[in-house]
Design a protein. Sequence first.
Length: 171
Amino acid sequence: MALAVVGGGRRCGKSRFALALASAHGPRLGFVATFVPTDEEGRQKVEQARRERGPSFATTEEPIQVPQVLEGRGELFDAIVVDDLTAWVSNLAVEGRSDAEVEAEAERLIRISQTGETEIVIVTSDVDFGFPVDSAASSRFRRLAGFINRRMAESATRVYWMVFGIPTRIR
């Protein structure tokens, strides 16, 4: 599998660009959704994302077992979009996983994404452009997400940074 990472800030077009990248690899398209809506705004966000994807993408909603989904279904698709890595990291942390366990799961995801024929496109958010005045839990999340974003980018064959809806290829 080839691994592409699409990063950027909120609402900058990461998901839309990732869907286009995946679509260029063939008609058999998968989507792994990691976000778990907890309120009406979240549910609306999920519904909007489903409409934007349309019927072209077979969607699996999986907040925790992302590596297992890729292992089990990778060969069924030409490309799979995983949206969003930072939500996945948050889900693992909230579930009570230690930093070492979260990092090990991320390394497993990287290994799986680098084997086989399926293009894997990871969508992720940068979480460290603000001022680091927050709780210990928030600080832990930013540290974990930043490290895992870095590891994904280091392992990817292509890395894109989205700014105001415009993709810039970094690697």
